[in-house]
Design a protein around this ligand. Sequence first.
Ligand code: UDX
Length: 447
Amino acid sequence: MKVTVFGIGYVGLVQAAVLAEVGHDVLCVDVDEHKVENLKNGNIPIYEPGLTPLVKQNYESGRLQFTTDAKAGVSHGIMQFIAVGTPPDEDGSADLKYVTAVARTIAQYMDDHKVVLDKSTVPVGTADKVRAVMQETLQARGSKLTFDVVSNPEFLKEGAAVADCMRPERIVVGTDNDDVVELLRELYEPFNRNHDRMILMDIRSAELTKYAANCMLATKISFMNEISNLAELLGADIEKVRQGIGSDPRIGYHFIYPGCGYGGSCFPKDVQALIRTAEHIGYQPKLLQAVEDVNYQQKDKLPQFIKRHFGENLAGKTFALWGLSFKPNTDDMREASSRVLMETLWQAGAQVQAFDPEAMDETQRIYGHRADLKLMGTKEAALQGADALVICTEWQNFRAPDFDTIKSALKQPVIFDGRNLYDPERLATRGITYYAIGRGASLATYK
Ligand code: UDX
């Protein structure tokens, strides 16, 4: 089937590559000439496990192509995916200018029936806006061409995007026209082999499903972070509590890991956007606001521990930082807890020596060259001469470090761990002062 994907970001590129991999004929369109040229030369703009070979193979086979020519994109596919960004505007609402621009482009150049699929995370009611923009554009052309608008949200996780897209848990399809269902079944047939993963519903329910999923997961995390703060004050260990509640299948083990706050391109933005949507229709969402507030507070947890230990003025202190990306297996720094940490440390006069397996280029791009930030080649190099170690991201190779090396490299044997990677008792016996999240039973955090 011929498919066009507008927007070569995380969602668009992964979806396009996976659709090409199963045999569809996919053309990706982006306004960024540089990005398109790079992709044609096999340079993938993001770090995502498994994506580079998938893109290269499918590009070489001709099933996956890239262009900046929007007109060619519109004439290529019966299926027209909109996978452009929906960044937050000043008040946190999702900004739809890129989505509506693509809708206008499709209507401007189409010369037969098109099925327009919204892949971007968009507020409830966006499909109606897309439809209105397209109708207006077609009318201005004096055209009577028809089209369908479908809500088809994406649920992939960064770091596991290819696998999530190849083996989706569900394919949510919101449509008001039964006639397009057969086309969508054909498109997604390769992903429905073992059992039908398509969940059909009306458009608005599909749009809300995406926000509800992300907000539910963010709620679980903020809930655990709140309980971890209680555990710290009450002298309990959140890791024991986590296991204790996770064993109840109604609660489950997923997404109940406490930490130094959630980040990324989705949770912070989507929680805020749903709050704004609710407010626009006169509903004050108390729970969602609390989820957001707890997360904001949680990102300040490590800086608080550091100031509790070293005092408010950190001038002359150097901190080794392990982990910059908002989570492992990505170079994405959007809303990363490490950013709040570094910015607070710098403000208090401290220096940072950071290491991350993938996100150092991105960190350099964001912060440029500055005297109080050194990006080090290895996690061991980051430790040298630092006053303490801080951990913001749970990359696998941070899980079992050589604690003797850490002790001898640091001026003081102190670890501030935002991801609860280590056993507090084991560290205590090695003479390391250990601050972690919600581990009130350990000495460092419960005094
Ligand atoms: C998320 C959703 O999981 C995905 O379904 C959706 O399509 C996009 O948003 P992503 O942002 O890639 O995916 O990352 P995810 O793995 O969900 O982690 C988000 C944040 O939550 C990270 O900062 C992570 O560290 C944090 N997190 C996650 C916790 O603090 N505790 C947990 O138990 C799980």
